[in-house]
Design a protein around this ligand. Structure first.
Ligand SMILES: C[S@@+](CC[C@H](N)C(=O)[O-])C[C@H]1O[C@@H](n2cnc3c(N)ncnc32)[C@H](O)[C@@H]1O
Length: 309
């Protein structure tokens, strides 16, 4: 039976045949099997298994969106909420295995909700230098009857050493100037006129309120239950890598990190164990060839929340 889809519903979906065909393009490691090219690939495997096959010092940037400590159905596998001590051990098990594959000047971003956020710096600081904590507002918070609605997510920022890339100019944000100040000659002080509006390009802070979580009318949307917005990942990749660098994501899900890396001219490698998500990632990567736009990022500028594109 064909599912009904509203005309403006842009959610990327897969037919069973498409899923099978796309998943065949994914990489799988096995003993004695040599994989020539790891650039721009999606590995369809358990990350704990696949990590041992990756070469030393190959990634410039790691963006990780691991399962949070919540019970969540990821396709055929369920991630089960556990006590914090066990979750910390689980974090440590994979994080410790990523250290050798990151270059000495690599950067690392780890996503979390407010609860898993409590333990991530503790675990990751064993291996990396803690640089910052970015908090961003999910405007689609999960409602609660007797608690504050949960709208906060954190992204912990680390580097492997004190030498690292940070492209501030690439992630400046556009703000409307409410009180446009002019110098004594009448010239704009620190703003400019863009499309008839007075705008300032300012250094981004570690609080982000301009992010839209993908929903049905956005072309990046898929059926993945915890898909990250392309705009969010674009900020991380632009700030902490250069064109041609290798961006690695060991829990790539529907492929957001890989897709954004491709759109921004970086190389990528992603690992995911669910066949459906692997296929979705590969489909999104195909779509990116025809349409490399990132919603909310236009001509090198990050637009405000919920702008058309
Ligand atoms: C939070 S989601 C990542 C979502 C992704 N950032 C996106 O935008 O689609 C975590 C993903 O990790 C995958 N996963 C969980 N445990 C895994 C494991 N041991 N090996 C590989 N993938 C795993 C899940 O299937 C899920 O897709």
């Amino acid at each position: 039976m064909t599912e009904y889809k509203a005309p403006r519903n842009k959610t990327i979906v897969l037919t069973p045949r498409e899923e099978t065909a796309l998943a065949r393009r994914a990489v799988k490691f096995a003993p004695q099997k040599k994989i020539e090219k790891l650039d721009n690939r999606i590995i369809w495997q358990d990350t704990f298994y696949a990590l041992r096959y990756l070469p030393d010092n190959f990634a410039d940037l790691m963006v990780v969106d691991p399962p949070y400590n919540l019970t969540k159905n990821f396709g055929k596998n369920v991630f089960r909420q556990t006590d914090m001590a066990t979750y910390k051990k689980w974090l440590d098990r994979w994080l410790s295995k990523t250290v050798r594959i990151l270059k000495p000047n690599a950067s690392v971003y780890i996503c979390s909700d407010w609860q898993s956020s409590l333990v991530i710096p503790e675990v990751a600081s064993k291996y990396f230098v803690l640089r910052n904590r970015i908090s961003w507002e999910r405007e689609k918070g999960r409602a609660a009857a007797n608690n504050w609605k949960n709208c906060l997510e954190d992204i912990w920022y680390f580097t492997k050493s004190d030498e690292f890339t940070f492209n501030l100019e690439a992630v400046k944000v556009q703000r409307k100037v409410l009180a446009p100040y002019r110098d004594t000659q009448g010239a704009p002080k620190d703003w400019q006129e863009t499309d008839g509006q007075k705008m300032r390009y300012t250094a981004p802070s570690n609080i982000w309120t301009d992010i839209t979580v993908p929903f049905w009318s956005m072309p990046e949307n898929t059926e993945h239950p915890t898909q990250k917005p392309e705009k969010l990942i674009a900020k991380l990749i632009l700030a902490s890598s250069n064109a041609g660098d290798m961006v690695f994501d060991p829990f790539v899900g529907s492929g957001t990190t890989a897709v954004v890396a491709k759109k921004l001219g970086r190389r990528f490698l992603g690992i995911e164990r669910e066949r459906k998500y692997v296929a979705l990632a590969l489909k999104r990567l195909d779509i990116a060839d025809a349409n490399p736009a990132i919603q909310g990022y236009e001509n090198g500028v990050f637009k405000g929340r919920n702008t058309a594109d």
